[in-house]
Unconditional design. Structure first.
Length: 87
């Protein structure tokens, strides 16, 4: 059985307390941080969304969105920030 312990986050261990605090405060958990029936139930909800056929069907839409946003950044003419411009 795969267990998501002791750490599931790829960042310095010194940031674990802050990350766990934020997750608890906001009520967030990542699928990779769940085990057992809760993990399986949520995984079943999204499994069909990530099948190869669905990914192929979405590829053109993803390409179009990426092109549109990169063009927007380039047309702005100055330095752009992905987190500011896309968020």
């Amino acid at each position: 059985m795969f267990l998501n312990a002791p750490r599931t986050i790829l960042m310095p261990a010194t940031r674990d307390r802050t990350t766990l605090w934020a997750q608890r405060l906001l009520g967030l958990s990542l699928l990779v941080q769940m085990d057992g029936s809760h993990h399986l139930a949520l995984r079943k909800i999204s499994t069909d969304w990530f099948r190869p056929k669905v990914m192929r069907e979405m590829q053109q839409r993803v390409d179009d969105l990426a092109q549109r946003h990169v063009t927007h950044l380039l047309d702005a003419g100055g330095p752009g920030g992905i987190t500011v411009d896309f968020a």
